[in-house]
Design a protein around this ligand. Structure first.
Ligand SMILES: Cc1ncc(COP(=O)(O)O)c(C=O)c1O
Length: 387
């Protein structure tokens, strides 16, 4: 049967037709005037999504590149850092810092839960000599489907000079994050999540304090050197060849976000997150993430007893064209993840839940048809009645 391929994974996400069309054009000279006009507009508009007045640097990179860029730009070998981890990506950032010679103290929290700001405050209070140079945190832990309270974590750092470094790869542009107002020092993200683009662009912003640390940092860097990008940005240029095609796409996706309005984008993600969670509960499927931090960009669902997660994914993909993500590391075979960020609408969610009900029925869990869909519909109806 004909299927439409559809990504319900937490990145790469579905790219809107408008963005695809915008990229479908001949290249321009990246040292020419047309490019400079476009790059200026993009560079200014992306600051609105970071909610910062600082320059946002755009690298040709995956999210992991931005993790490395964040570390090598602000630290020197031997610097002590406090790395908060609630899952795979918190661990990865800690590992990168360690590889580049930082002394990493890890503060790990149970997977499925948020990091506890009180414990962070306590650790920093114990650091009387201010040896800790940075606190590393993940805004949205994609592997567990948990969103940290970054505002509270940043507040827990107040009174200590450590830089607050935030991985916002699977949250920025979908979940509120106020870089300047919350006093965040380093924030980074990638293109292939809420920004509705194909993979290949990384975004990094530093506060004034982080720029001072950048000037003093001695970790080795060339490609990631933020000072190089900042210098070129004054002329709306890049120090090396930019992925011009992806930037055409970015210009269009930023227009789409502006048309919808950033707060409306956040609200859409909240509503959809709520609908997905309500549907899973109505289907009797357990949610892995603690309610307090349940992510509005990805929902982690416990695999029902006796079910093979790969069979669920396979049936969804082969019969309905819908791609779900599995669990990572110790969550492999224990959860599947429904990504719902970026170019995602209530209709997409209703379709996915309906297909999941049919998949569960086909694999032996009968009698659920319509239950999850109704729970999600109720969330959307309640929203309509407010308008
Ligand atoms: C929170 C988070 N950080 C970092 C990354 C790494 O991004 P990439 O896969 O583009 O290297 C991801 C990817 O899913 C992520 O979700």
């Amino acid at each position: 049967m004909l299927k439409k391929p559809f990504l319900m994974i937490p990145g790469p996400t579905n790219v809107p037709e408008r963005v695809l069309q915008a990229m479908h054009r001949p290249l321009i000279n990246h040292r020419g005037p047309e490019y400079e006009v476009m790059f200026q507009r993009i560079s200014l508009d992306i600051r609105k999504i970071f909610q910062t007045k600082q320059p946002v640097l755009i690298y040709p990179a995956a999210g992991t590149g931005m993790m490395e860029a964040a570390i090598v730009n602000i630290l020197s070998p031997g610097d002590k850092v406090l790395a908060l981890s609630i899952g795979v990506f918190g661990n990865r950032l800690a590992e990168i810092a360690e590889k580049f010679g930082a002394k990493v103290e890890k503060l790990e929290f149970a997977w499925g839960h948020q990091a506890d700001p009180a414990l962070v405050a306590q650790k920093l209070a114990e650091d009387k000599n201010h040896e800790i140079k940075a606190v590393l945190m993940t805004h949205n832990e994609t592997s567990t489907g948990v969103t940290n309270d970054i505002q509270a974590l940043a507040a827990a750092c107040s009174g200590h000079p450590a830089l607050r470094v935030v991985d916002a790869v699977s949250s920025l542009g979908a979940v509120e994050l106020k870089m300047d107002e919350w006093h965040l020092d380093v924030v980074f993200t990638g293109a292939q999540k809420a920004l509705m683009l194909p993979p290949g662009l990384g975004f990094l912003a530093l506060s004034e304090k982080a720029w001072q640390a950048q000037a003093a940092s001695t970790m080795p860097k060339y490609y990631w050197d933020a000072a190089l990008l900042k210098k070129s940005l004054v002329k709306w240029q890049n120090p090396y060849t930019p992925p011009v095609t992806l930037l055409f796409g970015l210009a269009e996706s930023l227009t789409m976000i502006e048309e919808e309005g950033l707060s409306a984008v956040f609200h859409r993600h909240q509503l959809i997150g709520e609908a997905v969670r309500a549907a899973m509960e109505a289907l009797g499927l357990g949610l892995f993430a603690d309610k307090a931090g349940a992510s509005d960009t990805v929902t982690s669902v416990l695999v029902p007893e006796g079910f093979d997660v790969k069979k669920i994914q396979q049936h969804m993909r082969d019969v309905y064209g819908i791609v779900l993500a599995g669990g990572q590391k110790q969550l492999e075979n224990k959860i599947f993840r429904i990504g719902h960020l970026g170019y995602i609408t209530p209709s997409d969610v209703l379709l996915t839940i309906s297909a999941l009900e049919l998949t569960l029925a086909a694999l032996g869990k009968e009698g659920l048809q319509g239950k999850g869909v109704k729970a999600a519909q109720d969330v959307f109806l309640a929203e309509l009645s407010k308008q």
